[in-house]
Design a protein around this ligand. Sequence first.
Ligand SMILES: [Ca+2]
Ligand SMILES: [Ca+2]
Length: 144
Amino acid sequence: MLMMRFQSLYSGVITISQPLDYDDPAIPHFWILKIRAYDNDRVHSTTGTLTVILQDVNDNPPQCTQDRYVIELPENPLETRLVSLICTDKDGTDPNNNITYHLIVDKFSNEIFTLTNNEIKPCDPLSCQLSVTLATIICSYHVS
Ligand SMILES: [Ca+2]
Ligand SMILES: [Ca+2]
């Protein structure tokens, strides 16, 4: 699979003949090219090598096994793991394939659920009690 070529026989410029995707397992990550240069009428020549090392760039987003999770949750589920998210990133090297998980800021769900590494759980009892107290106060305020 030759993917590099001389732009012309006289320029000495070497170009690639197609895009090179580091994350495609069929694409090598380096090449060693041997080059020979001739003078007029090929009386004399010299050789050299060109080593080409393909570098990974962060060009792929993380992909999760599911886009949407639906869980039926019994009441009082404290300290119960709800789901472990399984996401991968096709990029071939660190840090381009590092994944961190974050709950999108939402004043309601962030008080009820916690996300640690890739596990979503109901929040700890102290936080939940605070949340319930706060909710009760707000409700009382609106009722009266
Ligand atoms: Ca990536
Ligand atoms: Ca990449």
